[in-house]
Design a protein around this ligand. Structure first.
Ligand SMILES: [Fe+2]
Length: 313
């Protein structure tokens, strides 16, 4: 029987990925003055090191949350263990990658819930990458249980305002509602407005969809997606990106917006790009699925201009 394309592995969204925006209305479990959020670390141990050094340079109270997909290219046991240990030093939520290596869903593939603008070959390669990473994860003592125990979202409070930290969107772990593509449409921004209402959040911080966007909304609200902490995000660049939400601004934002008293900033993670390329090639050599899908981006960034990421209300 032909498979419904939307049910194919890597295209579907497992039912227990769904929490719904009202689930984000609960109390904050993290309070800080400078909240760093890094989604899509993708096994880049050099980006992890750089992030931790920027966090350590904060003068006031600060916290870091890894909002999922911190594993991906780290199929080497040592790299996987380094990412596990690094993430454990901070707060974390799980992404579809961690969920699928910890508690695989039959037929979910990589759990990415890829929309139709991502081609079938890319989806198939992602599914095979997940299978390969799962073998590494199964060798890592206690990893599956640790990853399975992570929450799907966290609510933080910065300067008295609520921040909903998700991996995908306000409805689902692998939702694409906070992608730059969805937020470029009136219907996408309209859906987001309803999610602010249901959750009581001033800011949604997400990742998952691989490209960054900072969309301001009327009423001191914003959606910020950091794209990838562990890969370049803009054309002709080699740095990753993190989100910083603070009661005071930092000195190094690439771009920023306000949501009431909060400063929402995109911060470059200027990791050692040459060392990361070498580490990537050792784990994902030419001919591997990861190399075919990601090498061009790791070398020189996606075809997405930096000027497209910041969007006024
Ligand atoms: Fe993801």
């Amino acid at each position: 029987m032909p498979q419904n394309p939307s049910d194919a592995p890597g295209r579907s969204c497992p039912r227990d990925y769904r929490y719904g925006a009202t689930a984000l209305a609960g109390p904050a479990t993290l309070q800080t003055d400078a909240l760093w959020i890094a989604g899509g670390l993708y096994g880049n141990t050099f980006a992890l090191r750089e992030l931790e050094s920027m966090l350590a340079a904060e003068r006031g109270e600060a916290a870091l949350v890894f909002n999922g997909d911190f594993h991906w290219f780290d199929v080497d046991d040592g790299a996987f263990a380094n990412i596990e240990q690094g993430v454990a030093r901070h707060a974390a939520t799980r992404g579809n990658v961690e969920t699928e290596i910890a508690q695989p869903h039959d037929g979910a593939g990589c759990g990415c819930a890829y929309p139709d603008w991502v081609d079938d070959e890319d989806v198939s390669r992602s599914n095979r990458m997940l299978e390969r990473l799962k073998v590494t994860a199964q060798r890592a003592p206690g990893a599956a249980a640790r990853l399975a125990a992570l929450p799907m979202f966290r609510i933080a409070e910065v300067g008295g305002q609520r921040i909903a930290i998700v991996h995908g969107d306000a409805e689902s772990l692998a939702g694409w509602g906070f992608s730059q593509e969805a937020l470029a449409t009136a219907s996408g921004r309209c859906a987001a407005l309803a999610w602010f209402g249901a959750s009581g959040a001033s800011v949604f911080a997400s990742s998952h969809t691989c490209l960054p966007v900072l969309q301001a909304f009327e009423g001191a609200r914003a959606i910020v997606n950091n794209g990838a902490a562990g890969m370049p995000n803009f054309a002709a660049t080699t740095f990753g990106l993190a989100t910083r939400i603070g009661v005071a601004p930092s000195r190094h934002a690439l771009y920023r917006a306000r949501a009431g008293a909060l400063h929402i900033e995109a911060i470059a993670i200027d990791y050692d790009a040459a060392a990361w390329r070498e580490s990537f090639l050792a784990q994902c050599p030419p001919g591997s699925d990861a190399h075919t899908s990601y090498w061009r981006r790791i070398e020189s960034g996606p075809g997405y201009p930096l000027a497209s990421a910041l969007r006024a209300a």
